[in-house]
Design a binder for this molecule. Structure first.
Ligand SMILES: Nc1ncnc2c1ncn2[C@@H]1O[C@H](COP(=O)(O)OP(=O)(O)OP(=O)(O)O)[C@@H](O)[C@H]1O
Ligand SMILES: [Mg+2]
Length: 377
């Protein structure tokens, strides 16, 4: 991957002139990172200084069940109210935000095109995208990043990103209704990659996966030769575990959720043994689905080895999941510590929230690294 002076902003999807905004150098003020997940809204504010990044605000608010289904907002009012609550409880006054979308509304492909200049590519990209994307090109917003130039073959490799305009508009409209100003719309998988790059850097000679397992989605991003080489969102996550506990123990969703989270706390002893069994079984089935994607990548990419798997997202709190993924893949699995290179810089940041929910903040933290004035250099 080309190296960036500051953390790589990655492809972004914006309403207009996205490619001009996409930058290799960020400047200006950090945006508020706003992650509208299916279980909850996460918001945070970072401050960048010579010492690095400092966390100055952090907010979390749960969403009622079914507010977001398959990435679609079903209950806009609940999300608008949730955003208002998250901002006021976290005492965030700044309105300019970075959002992200994920799931079926987004398609990411690695493609090769003939060598051309940036201006030619900007003109050609719609046509190129049309060859690779199963949606009507009029309905999607297209962006790209040049991964590699291969003049000897007369080709260049691109990461092509297409996101449904309807979905982008739904999310930005909701943010505006909550009196916020969306400046950047990113993709979940890339925000986590940016955060990872801040923490660890991207080793150019390794193939590794970053997997964000939330409530309803597991998003897989495989990074190889310094750049994202494969992404896939699987419609499976922590909700599936909760639903199986609910069904097999004949308890409410809320009770099942409580059992699940308590199973990894100091109160684990009070949790029925059956809960642990369900967590084991369902984690293994999620790991199986993840493994199918990893197998597909390894079979089609020609890469000889997967070096490591990094896990994040709320469901990474369950050690059974990392164990199941490790067992199936025979690759070392590490749970990411999102705050590894970020210090806490304000008393307004709730230590309790951070302790209990830090794994859920990777997307919001990655978004909060984005700036309001980003330019190409
Ligand atoms: N301590 C814990 N133990 C087990 N599971 C947990 C714990 N904390 C959170 N979770 C689970 O993590 C999930 C929420 O994670 P996250 O906030 O990353 O998802 P989301 O962004 O809301 O959803 P998605 O990205 O799938 O739309 C829920 O299924 C929740 O039960
Ligand atoms: Mg999420």
């Amino acid at each position: 991957m080309e190296s960036f002076a500051t953390p790589n902003p990655g492809p972004c999807i914006q309403g207009t002139h996205c490619c001009e905004h996409r930058s290799r150098m960020s400047e200006g003020k950090n945006l508020i990172g706003v992650d509208i997940g299916s279980s909850s809204i996460k918001v945070c504010q970072l401050k960048e200084s010579r010492k690095g990044y400092g966390l100055v605000r952090l907010g979390y608010t749960p969403l009622p069940p079914q507010s977001i289904v398959d990435g679609h907002v079903m209950n806009a009012q609940a999300v608008i109210e949730g955003l208002g609550r998250a901002f006021s409880e976290a005492k965030i006054r700044q309105k300019e935000i970075a959002l992200s979308i994920s799931g079926q509304a987004v398609i990411i492909r690695k493609i090769s095109v003939p060598m051309m200049t940036a201006a030619e590519l900007d003109e050609q990209i719609q046509w190129e995208a049309e060859q690779h994307i199963p949606f009507d090109i009029k309905d999607v917003h297209v962006d790209y990043e040049v991964l590699r130039r291969r003049p000897e073959a007369g080709q260049m490799d691109l990461l092509l990103v297409a996101a449904k305009r309807d979905e982008i508009n739904d999310y930005t409209q909701i943010a505006r209704s909550a009196k916020l100003k969306p400046m950047v719309v990113d993709i979940d998988a890339f925000t986590v990659q940016n955060l990872f790059e801040l923490s660890r850097g991207i080793p150019p000679d390794q193939t590794f996966a970053i997997i964000n397992v939330g409530a309803s989605l597991a998003s897989i991003n495989i990074i190889s030769r310094g750049a994202s080489a494969f992404t896939r969102d699987i419609a499976n996550g922590g909700n599936y575990i909760t639903e199986q506990i609910q069904r097999q123990l004949n308890v409410s969703f809320d009770q099942a959720e409580e059992f699940k989270c308590a199973s990894v706390s100091a109160d684990a002893g009070a949790v029925p043994a059956q809960v642990h069994q369900v967590i084991e079984t369902v984690s293994d089935s999620i790991a199986g689905e993840i493994q199918r994607s990893l197998d597909f990548f390894m079979a089609t990419s020609g890469e000889p080895e997967m070096h490591r798997i990094y896990l994040t997202g709320g469901t990474s709190n369950l050690p059974a999941l990392a164990q199941a993924i490790g067992r199936r893949s025979r690759v070392a699995v590490e749970v990411l510590q999102p705050m590894e290179r970020i210090s806490v810089e304000a008393k307004e940041v709730s230590q309790e929230l951070l302790r209990a929910r830090v794994a859920q903040f990777s997307v919001a933290l990655g978004l909060a690294m984005r700036k309001d004035r980003e330019r190409r250099v």
